[in-house]
Design a protein around this ligand. Structure first.
Ligand code: GLC
Ligand code: CA
Length: 557
């Protein structure tokens, strides 16, 4: 124990992003100022005071670049342009400047595994085999009248699309309107680095790097086996190292990689001392309910142990190397309350418990818009209610697999990315105050009770998030909560998640009951002051109430 404890100081690096809280804005659904039903950049500017009140330091802006919006902006047709529906480049510059006045930094989504098929690079590439930009994308001959191999795209179906003009197939990891860039081509790489630099000059403080582990392909036409395109292939290190050296490392940026496929033993090269990124999003703790092949309609049964293990495996590693990106929600995930809490238990108490559990781990916390209000999944009554292309493809796959319409709808509704994309709920007015027009996706019908105005109610969830943020940033516990070691406690308890943060000066413990019942707490250390709790009278009779959570100071740890 003592030897372990001496290592504490090693992981203190004092980077600005280690002491920050990030808030993800999905611009389409945040706030609509011109009432066309779509959120816009002016809408974000208008709500900066709300974000400042919450206390966050950084906005992660989902894509606002020019795009035909096949995948809601993750299909970019011009990296240096803004989509008309979101506003103009002047609006973007205004947002960066206004945010700065509020001490809020902006990080952009950097989508460089693929572009839109409407990007000028691709239109040039597809029309002429001899065009200098032909090799900026991945082209292959078919096998007779079949695609080059059996690879399947992440959204379903072959990842090869036939292009009659030159009689070849191009590759797409995601939708066919998202052709993959060819990172083997040095000119393409340079064009990307230049573009990244251009945004840094504009004043952005970093990037959330989309689907980056897909940029290296291990292409083979040998077999016909049907398999999903694989992430994190051999040789990716060289590519990421160059990307990091040529662009990120020249500046003091926050870079967070969306990096499926990275295993625990690879974490050091990604986010260690000289890693490619500041931090990365792991998936194990949010994708526990996905089927083996990633399908939504064959959900896996999971227990709290799976969740505990997913968290503690990487947290223990962060004691020595790397840094966590702490999150439960984003624009690709259903709402966390519906994933982690049984229906009868969903409410402010359980939402506070979830918040406490992930927010005080070692790393930088991310809040997804509306999470601070306790927004939940929405109700879908037919497949026509889905906007998200992944939901529609998963629905089709479920139908093909023999599910009834009702079964398919139920399964996809539970996982649909649209759950997180319904408009932000600001107040009790029409459309939850998001827009006076018709929202591009209907507002969740629970907006009358769940909305930003309710932050003024006593003991609101919003106030609780404010407290968590202040504890991390401006309290006597800031240091231990940011840099303290993580130790899991009660690892074999089926209902409770508990851990300690310790930095040699202070020790605090987080204890959270994940079940809708009273559980006994047999805690192995002596507790002192209660720092934060979600019940007015915490820890009665050494028991935890349903979904009770508590942050305690420990004595003589
Ligand atoms: C990432 C994004 C997701 C998008 C995909 C393709 O996973 O988070 O929304 O559909 O990449 O760009
Ligand atoms: Ca608008």
């Amino acid at each position: 124990m003592i030897i372990e404890k001496e290592k504490t100081a090693l992981s203190v690096r004092n980077k600005w992003w280690e002491q920050s809280v990030v808030y993800q804005v999905y611009p389409r659904s945040f706030y609509d100022t011109n009432h066309d039903g779509i959120g816009d950049l002016q809408g974000i500017i208008r709500k900066l005071d709300y974000l400042q009140e919450l206390g966050i330091d950084v906005i992660w802006l989902s894509p606002v670049y020019a795009s035909p919006m096949d995948d809601n902006g993750y299909d970019i047709s011009d990296y240096q342009g803004i989509a008309d529906e979101f506003g103009t480049m002047e609006d973007m510059e205004e947002l960066i400047a206004e945010a700065k006045r509020c001490n809020i930094k902006i990080i952009m989504d950097l989508v460089v595994n693929h572009t839109s098929d409407e990007h000028q690079w691709f239109t040039a590439s597809k029309t002429d085999k001899l065009h200098p930009q032909r090799d900026w994308y991945i082209w292959q001959n078919g096998k007779e009248d079949k695609p080059p191999n059996g690879w399947q795209s992440v959204f379903g179906g072959s990842c090869w699309e036939y292009e009659p003009i030159t009689n070849q197939y191009y590759m797409h990891t995601f939708s066919k309107k998202q052709p993959d860039l060819n990172w083997e081509n040095p000119r393409l790489r340079q064009a990307i680095y230049d573009m990244i630099d251009w945004w840094i000059q504009k004043g952005v403080a970093g990037f959330r790097v989309d689907a980056i582990t897909f940029i290296k392909k291990s292409f083979s036409t040998a077999g016909d086996e049907v398999d999903i395109v694989k992430a994190n292939q051999h040789g990716i290190d060289t590519v990421l190292e160059e990307l990091s050296k040529q662009s990120f490392q020249k500046h003091d940026l926050l870079t967070v990689a969306e990096a499926p496929g990275v295993t625990l033993d690879q974490l050091p090269s990604y986010i260690g001392e000289n890693g490619y990124f500041s931090m990365l999003f792991e998936f194990d703790h949010v994708d526990l309910d996905l089927g083996q092949d990633g399908s939504w309609y064959k959900p896996r049964n999971w227990s709290l142990f799976d969740f505990k293990k997913a968290i503690s495996d990487s947290q223990h590693l962060f004691n020595y190397q790397g840094w966590g990106a702490l999150y439960l929600e984003n624009h690709d995930q259903p709402r966390s309350l519906n994933k982690f809490i049984e229906p009868a238990g969903i409410g402010i108490t359980s939402a506070k418990m979830l918040a406490t559990t992930y927010f005080l781990l070692k790393g930088t916390p991310f809040i997804y818009q509306g999470q601070e209000l306790g927004m939940t999944n929405t109700i879908f009554t037919s497949v026509n209610d889905f906007n998200d292309l992944a939901s529609i493809e998963q629905y089709d796959a479920a139908m093909k697999a023999g599910l009834t319409e009702q079964q398919a709808l139920k399964a996809i509704a539970h996982r649909s990315r649209d759950n997180a994309r319904t408009p932000m709920q600001w107040d009790q007015s029409e459309n939850g105050g998001f827009s006076k027009g018709t929202p591009w996706l209907p507002t969740n019908s629970n907006f009358l009770s769940i909305n930003a105005e309710s932050r003024y109610a006593p003991d609101s969830l919003f106030t609780y998030y404010q407290q968590l943020i202040q504890l991390r940033k401006n309290s006597e516990y800031a240091e231990v909560l940011t840099y303290g070691r993580y130790e899991e406690v009660l690892a074999s308890h089926p209902d409770i998640i508990a851990y300690i943060r310790w930095d040699g000066k202070k020790a605090v413990a987080v204890v959270a009951n994940f079940k809708n019942k009273i559980v006994e707490l047999d805690f192995p250390y002596i507790w002192g002051k209660v720092i934060l709790a979600n019940y007015a009278q915490p820890l009665m009779n050494d028991e935890l109430q349903p979904y009770e959570c508590i942050l305690l100071e420990l004595i003589n740890y």
